[in-house]
Design a protein around this ligand. Structure first.
Ligand code: KMT
Ligand code: NI
Length: 176
């Protein structure tokens, strides 16, 4: 995982979009936006996932392969949905199994922070945070999706500032 400020250029979102010079964003800064991060080690990957699930009450999991092959006819529509700025009323929890991609999140100053993820990264985006996802130019990412109850992840596209989960999120990060 590596995070940095997004350059906001209007080119292909699958490019790196790293500012020059780069402005890195630390794990602590991500935490200040409510984003949690773990690096899972190869040797006991399953055991680490199981522990995080037990600690955080994630009861269910499935897998998604974000690629042309993995999503078939849904690929174009899904990619578009993922990259539209949105929030969810639940956490978005992803453990990356293979490949690479980018989660972009809005920081407390509403700047885009790009989070490059790769195999072994486990990331939790809190309910109410504005974010989006894109593949990079490798066009392949396989992830485990973890969830507490039934998977919902209904994307609510920005603006939805009156949403109660959005309000609770903003309150949580400002009282941190
Ligand atoms: C979402 O809701 O934005 C996603 O599930 C992103 C794709 S999962 C790597
Ligand atoms: Ni999402």
């Amino acid at each position: 995982m590596r995070a940095y400020l997004y350059d906001n250029l209007d080119t292909d979102c699958r490019e790196t979009h790293e500012q020059i010079p780069s402005v890195p964003v630390s794990v602590e800064e991500l935490e200040a936006s409510g984003v949690l991060y773990w690096k899972l080690k190869d040797e006991n990957f399953e055991a680490q996932i199981d522990k995080i699930c037990a600690d955080r009450n994630y009861k269910n999991r499935d897998q998604i392969t974000v690629s042309k092959e993995g999503l078939g006819d849904l690929f174009d529509a899904k990619i578009k949905t993922f990259f539209a700025e949105h929030l969810h009323e639940d956490e978005e929890i992803r453990a990356i199994l293979e490949g690479t991609g980018y989660f972009d999140i809005r920081d407390k100053d509403d700047r885009w922070v790009r989070i490059k993820v790769e195999a072994g990264d486990l990331i939790v985006l809190p309910a109410g945070i504005y974010h989006r996802f894109t593949l990079d130019t490798n066009n392949y990412l396989k992830a485990m999706r973890l969830f507490k109850e039934d998977p919902v992840w209904t994307p609510l596209n920005r603006p939805c500032d009156d949403n109660s989960y959005r309000k609770a999120y903003l309150q949580a990060i400002t009282t941190n």
